[in-house]
Design a protein around this ligand. Structure first.
Ligand SMILES: Cc1ncc(COP(=O)(O)O)c(C=O)c1O
Length: 391
């Protein structure tokens, strides 16, 4: 059976060139980067080279503005909690969008429960943030704003520069979660006015378990992990040298590959969207054009997304409904509810996220299988039967 993996937003395979770059750091150059012996110095050098490469790719002023963490989840938690703990309840006022990844949203909700001031800013039907509500929150004192760059479920790309300008006019700090967009679309932290930015490696053909946080010079956070003072005192724990080296290699490869890849994926994505929308009662979630090059998210009336995913899987197509993390819960996706869908509409969604090993033939195969799966499920759906009897 043909196997078509289209869940690249959940995670990506490690690029063989990344794996090769990591290999020596498992068994030969395995030293602890804090040791002053030869192995330690080799490990330290590899980390600092990796830091410089990634910092340069995002156009940071200096490599010291980037710290390595264990994941994007950790980086995001560090932003919100690190800021709150550093500044205290009286001087912390956070604003986040309602379509953030759970690791921002749940950290923000927890801080709110702990007594910090937190606002949740709504989005429109496409997932674009409501700039008027955000402006009111900032004018009312919000001093840390966190808005996701490319949404992990519906792919919508937020107007980052406009948000950062609004923040800076009012002395607020701007953080963006770029786990889905970094290396897929151009990001220049200086030009875009980003003060802090979360990224990770496993969405970019790098290894799992390594992330980073860009923190513009001058911004102060408290660490979440106290210990030996690694990563400029912000993230104690022995560094994951192979992971960090792999992360930098994955980023380095994006230099030449990002642009052509984005163009190719956009063409595949648009072909997929056009073909899928020919299925009756199907809709695209997210913005038609302001979206990640590799993301397509649909909803199909009368049937459950989870059932579509299983139906596709039986035909060798690996997609997902909503985000990989949220699909473990029975609840409809908070992102789809935030763009105004009813719970039953939000349950009928399918995310197809493309990546570098997808071909035009994969899209043809999906477009051949998907209508059949949707049709089969609808035949079994009492909701569909009822609706067709009415017509
Ligand atoms: C936008 C976004 N933020 C954060 C995360 C969490 O990333 P990690 O798996 O590195 O913790 C993800 C991954 O699903 C994501 O898509």
């Amino acid at each position: 059976m043909r196997r078509v993996y289209v869940d690249y937003a959940a995670t990506t395979p490690v690029d063989p060139r990344v794996f090769e770059a990591m290999k020596p750091f498992f068994m030969e150059s395995f030293g602890n980067a804090s040791s002053v012996n030869t192995s330690g110095v080799t490990a330290r050098k590899a980390i600092e080279e990796a830091r410089a490469k990634i910092a340069q790719f995002m156009n940071a002023d200096s490599p010291e503005e980037l710290i390595f963490t264990g994941s994007a989840t950790e980086s995001n938690n560090l932003v919100l909690k690190g800021y709150a703990f550093k500044h205290g309840k009286a001087k912390t006022h956070i604003a986040v969008s309602t379509i953030e990844h759970d690791c921002i949203l749940n950290a923000a909700k927890w801080l709110k429960q702990m007594g910090y001031k937190v606002d949740f800013i709504p989005v429109d039907q496409y997932g674009l943030i409501d700039m008027n509500v955000l402006e009111r929150a900032i004018k009312a004192g919000a001093n840390l704003v966190s808005v996701i760059h490319g949404n992990n479920e519906i792919g919508t790309i937020e107007p980052i520069q406009e948000i950062s300008e609004l923040c800076h006019e009012n002395n607020a700090i701007f953080h963006t979660d770029a786990a889905q967009s970094f290396g897929k679309v151009p990001i220049d932290v200086k030009r875009m006015g980003i003060d802090m930015m979360t990224i990770n490696a496993h969405k970019l053909y790098g290894p799992k378990g390594v992330g980073a946080l860009y923190i513009r010079k001058g911004i102060e956070l408290d660490p979440l992990l106290h210990g030996g003072g690694h990563e400029f005192g912000l993230r104690s724990s022995t560094e994951n040298v192979p992971g960090i080296v792999g992360f930098a290699k994955a980023v380095e490869l994006r230099k030449d590959e990002m642009k052509p890849e984005a163009g190719r994926l956009t063409r595949l994505r648009d072909k997929l969207i056009k073909g899928t929308l020919e299925i009756p009662d199907s809709h695209l979630n997210g913005h038609p054009t302001k979206r990640l090059p590799n993301n397509a998210n649909f909803r199909f009336a009368y049937i459950e997304g989870e059932a579509i995913v299983l139906g596709l899987d039986m035909e060798g197509i690996e997609a997902s409904s909503g985000s990989a993390c949220a699909s473990k819960t029975e609840l409809p996706s908070h992102v789809l509810l935030a763009i105004g869908l009813k719970p039953e509409e939000a349950r009928g969604s399918l995310r197809i996220s493309l990546g570098k090993y997808n071909t035009p033939e994969d899209i043809d195969y999906i477009l051949q299988v998907l209508p059949k799966v949707v049709g089969r499920l609808r035949e079994m759906s009492p909701l569909y039967t009822k609706a067709s009897q009415k017509q």
